[in-house]
Write a protein that binds this ligand. Structure first.
Ligand code: NAP
Length: 498
């Protein structure tokens, strides 16, 4: 697959493209040191736009994970005992360094993940907003004093950091998924061991370089790349780790939940989604088309909150479809490093095959291809932005999470019918709908079985919101004041003899 014979020659090529060459790290970050795997084994990382090998990172396993956990445990008391303001100052330094290096970080992300440079930059700056938010919010970990029914007593409630946190992150948002977990954890005094996705380790390791420069004490942040199953098993089963925060597929989330049961850990699970996007007959159709474009095609459709099923009222179906097709036809597909590209490749061939299979199956079940429907003429991992009309309930795409640039459209005729269709899935992450009727807005927003509802918007994510799902989309929330709770234990102190 590689056009370069040796991966060290490859990484030199990519390093030279950066202003800050130190950001391109090919070792793991444990106890403040950069280490190799004990076995010396490596994982090759490729560029999904052309399958060239970018470089290689350590293939760590159980022993290195144990070491990282122990380093995090050693670092915990000092980090916990700093004031929230002292931790905040270091977090803010980290945020400013990420901003200063955003061009290089975006280039690294586009190389390993494929998303267009502007989108990569947007993701990194969004990641910074989580650090800034929690650098402040960490100062507001308030307790309670509850009136006691006995006159000589007082009930005091305090909140304390849980301890060492294991964070496992996916490839689709290689930077934000890390800062969204680490910022609240670090802000309240926890220490972390991060395991990034094997397809996008460089974005994570670059954050480690900047964390060291920002002044986090050794062992507060550790990053381990390598064998997912053995690192995951150690993180979930080692009793030192007090909390697992995972973002990824529902399938792997269920394995981690089972493993975490062995040590009764606190868990946050940000899992898969299958978002409905509903356009009612009173919607502003131009706004709805804009929202559908943003929600469906960002990151080439590889987001957990992507509009996966677009339900359009029969009265406005044809008009919406025509406007939507016109916009989808404008999408420029290509290598994310090139100017003007708005849609990059899919992450790999299995992902492309899954998308192709969903499209073929939908057509076999009666759907029509309105736009695209096939591998892009660029070949490789590129797929055409696709619109399917008149999709039926029997098609796989109606039930399976789609992780690609395919928008299936369904027709509906009543509110009751569409709410039933929208909720007919084991997932419950994001949902969207467009309407101008205030009564309908309340009724539908309350009836949707989802953790997040976008009303007249296709963009809902920001640091201030509680991001997360219900049903098989997960447990816990990230972002907002609620995101702190996942890294805190509540302690009740009974004060008697007063
Ligand atoms: P994935 O296959 O579940 O992988 C996610 C992470 O888990 C990667 O770091 C992966 O490592 C690791 N992993 C895989 N098997 C493991 C195991 N047995 N034990 C421990 N760790 C393991 O998911 P993905 O394909 O990277 O990401 C796409 C999925 O993430 C989609 O379902 C999407 O909806 C979901 N997602 C959810 C959210 C949310 O906030 N709810 C956000 C983004 C994405 P390797 O890379 O080394 O295999």
């Amino acid at each position: 697959r590689s056009t370069l014979s040796s991966s060290s020659a490859a990484s030199d090529v990519y390093k030279r493209q950066l202003k800050n060459k130190a950001l391109f790290k090919e070792s793991c970050f444990v106890g403040g040191k950069w280490i190799d795997s004990d076995s010396g084994e490596k994982i090759k990382v490729d560029n999904p736009a052309n399958n060239e090998i970018i470089g290689e990172v350590p293939k760590c396993s159980t022993s290195e994970t144990t070491k990282a956990i122990e380093e995090a445990q050693d670092a915990f008391p000092n980090w916990r005992d700093k004031t929230a303001k002292e931790r905040s100052i270091i977090l803010q330094k980290w945020a400013r360094l990420i901003e200063q290096n955003v061009d290089d970080l975006a280039r690294i992300m586009t190389l390993e993940q494929g998303k267009p440079l502007a989108e990569a930059k947007g993701e990194i700056l969004m990641g910074v907003t989580y650090i800034d938010f929690y650098a402040e919010e960490g100062k507001r970990v308030y307790g309670d004093i509850i009136p006691d029914p006995m006159p000589d007593r007082r009930i005091v409630v305090i909140k304390q950091p849980v301890g060492v946190v294991g964070a496992i992150t996916p490839w689709n948002f290689p930077s934000t998924m890390i800062t969204r977990k680490c910022a609240p954890a670090l802000a309240v005094g926890c220490t972390v061991v991060i395991k990034p996705a094997s397809q996008t380790p460089y974005s994570a390791l670059a954050l480690g370089v900047l964390a060291k420069e920002a002044g986090f004490p050794d062992g507060v942040i550790n990053i381990i790349t390598g064998s997912a199953a053995s690192i995951g098993k150690e993180l979930t089963e080692n009793p030192i780790v007090k909390k697992i925060s995972f973002t990824g597929s529902t399938e792997v989330g269920k394995v981690l939940l089972q493993q975490s049961a062995t040590t009764v850990k606190k868990v946050s699970m940000e899992l898969g989604g299958h978002a409905p996007f509903v356009v009612f007959d009173d919607a502003d159709l131009d706004e709805a088309v804009t929202g559908a474009m943003q929600s469906k095609f960002r990151n080439s459709g590889q987001t957990c909150i992507c509009a996966n099923r677009i339900f359009v009222h029969e009265k406005v179906y044809d008009e919406f479809l025509n406007k939507f097709i016109a916009e989808v036809n404008k999408i420029k597909v290509g290598n994310g490093l090139e100017e003007g590209i708005v849609s990059g490749p899919l992450i790999d061939q299995p992902s492309l095959m899954k998308v192709m299979d969903q499209v073929k199956d939908a057509v076999n079940q009666g759907a029509k291809i309105a736009v695209g429907g096939d591998v892009h003429s660029l070949g490789g991992n590129f797929f055409q932005p696709t619109v399917l009309s008149d999709v039926t309930n029997k098609a796989k795409i109606t039930y399976e999470e789609t992780f690609g640039p395919v928008a299936p459209l369904y027709k509906f005729s009543s509110d009751e019918e569409v709410i039933k269709m929208a909720n007919d899935t084991p997932y419950g992450l994001a949902s969207y709908f467009y309407s101008r009727d205030i009564g309908r807005i309340w009724r539908v927003a309350e009836a949707l079985e989802y953790g997040m509802v976008g009303v007249n918007t296709g963009l809902t994510t920001k640091a201030e919101i509680p991001f997360g799902g219900v049903k098989e989309s997960g447990l816990g929330r990230e972002g907002s004041k609620y995101g702190l709770d996942d890294y805190l234990n509540i302690k009740y102190i009974s004060m008697a003899g007063i």
